[in-house]
Unconditional design. Structure first.
Length: 336
């Protein structure tokens, strides 16, 4: 059995989802000869560390009871630098101003010889090539399936399952909150403000929804797709962005009369007519991109396999953890 020592930075919805996934999948992982041991977990309150393996159930319970997982004087950076482990899982908040704290955590992890798996878009949307160079320089792996589309596999689909194909373009709905708002406005003829208010009450939209509804979240995901699948060298500033805040029930109803729906579509295309854009678009009602509710969807156009479409849950604790777990397994299979 190969022991894999992990740290988890950030112990919110995703970090706890990773801990639960590791607990749930212990037997499954052992059939793959993988024995995961979490040696450190941190949140804003501090860290808990156990060289022999943190008791994950107790850590989740402590977090829920006291608000913090901390059980030592150590910080997240102490864990990354000083506690021996193979893979650092970064599940800290997305910040598109400077990428922190995830950016520094990732750099320090690479410099200390640790592979990194992350769900945090911010550092990748701002400093993708710098991070990849640092991982390469230190001979470690950097994987980030969970940053684009939550549970929905896009990066692994394009890079592994569709290996040998050239991907010419990717179009998709990459933000569940916007899709929920537009779907309900379409189905019920309600105003943007009304549906946004209800989405906030249901916890589908944040108190400050601007990051989602202005298209910023989708733009960050496009940057990651553009750089990792198309080999571009773009950052968030290169994306042409229009959000959904100006869409009216009248425009949705006019679209409906023509057999169309309006969706917030992220689009990236390589080549001379290269595009990296987020904007509301008319989509025929029976088109594969016309998915409803909070679902995400991506349509990849490839040279040999033709169009390939994948849809699924773009967010959620255990859903996002599933993408993180798949990256951990991929690193382990390559002998971590
Ligand atoms: N939730 C999803 O469905 C989803 C899906 C895909 C991607 N993501 C991405 O995954 C990341 C985590 O999302 P989430 O929903 O789990 O967020 P969350 O619930 O807000 O959790 C974030 C965690 O990071 C911790 N944290 C904040 N600053 C820190 C620091 N300086 N050092 C160490 N830990 C720190 C927080 O500590 P406290 O608990 O002490 O506040 C919290 O435990 C985000 O980047 C998000 O965009 C989330």
């Amino acid at each position: 059995m190969r022991t894999v020592r992990l740290s988890i930075m950030g112990f919110g919805a995703v970090g706890q989802g990773v801990a639960r996934a590791i607990l749930q999948k212990k037997d499954y992982l052992s059939t793959m000869d993988i024995e995961p041991i979490v040696v450190g977990i941190s949140d804003r309150g501090g860290a808990c560390v156990e060289a022999g393996g943190v008791d994950l159930e107790a850590a989740i319970e402590r977090k829920q009871k006291t608000g913090s997982v901390a059980a030592s004087d150590l910080t997240a950076l102490d864990v990354i630098k000083d506690i021996d482990h193979d893979i650092m899982v970064d599940a800290t908040p997305t910040n598109i101003e400077d990428g922190e704290p995830g950016y520094t955590y990732m750099l320090e992890a690479f410099r200390h010889g640790r592979h990194v798996v992350t769900s945090n878009k911010g550092p990748l949307a701002l400093k993708y090539s710098m991070l990849c160079d640092e991982a390469d320089k230190n001979g470690v792996k950097f994987r980030f399936e969970a940053t684009v589309g939550g549970a929905m596999p896009i990066l692994n689909l394009a890079q592994d399952a569709l290996a040998g194909n050239s991907v010419m373009s990717i179009e998709g709905i990459l933000n569940g909150t916007c899709n929920y708002i537009l779907s309900r406005m379409t189905e019920e003829g309600l105003s943007y403000k009304h549906v946004l208010g209800e989405a906030q009450e249901l916890g589908i939209a944040e108190t400050d929804p601007s990051y989602d509804v202005e298209g910023i979240d989708t733009a960050c995901k496009l940057v990651i797709l553009a750089n990792s699948i198309f080999g571009m060298d773009v950052t968030y500033d290169d994306v042409d962005i229009t959000g959904i805040t100006k869409i009216t029930p009248e425009s949705l109803s006019l679209a409906g009369a023509e057999g169309m729906v309006i969706k917030l579509i992220g689009e990236v295309r390589d080549g001379n007519d290269g595009i990296i854009r987020v904007a509301p678009k008319l989509v025929p009602k029976n088109h594969p991109l016309a998915v409803g509710g909070t679902l995400n969807v991506a349509l990849l156009r490839t040279d040999m396999a033709g169009p390939i479409c994948v849809k699924g849950k773009g967010a959620g604790s255990i859903e996002t953890a599933s993408a993180i777990l798949s990256d951990i397994i991929a690193i382990c299979k390559n002998r971590c």
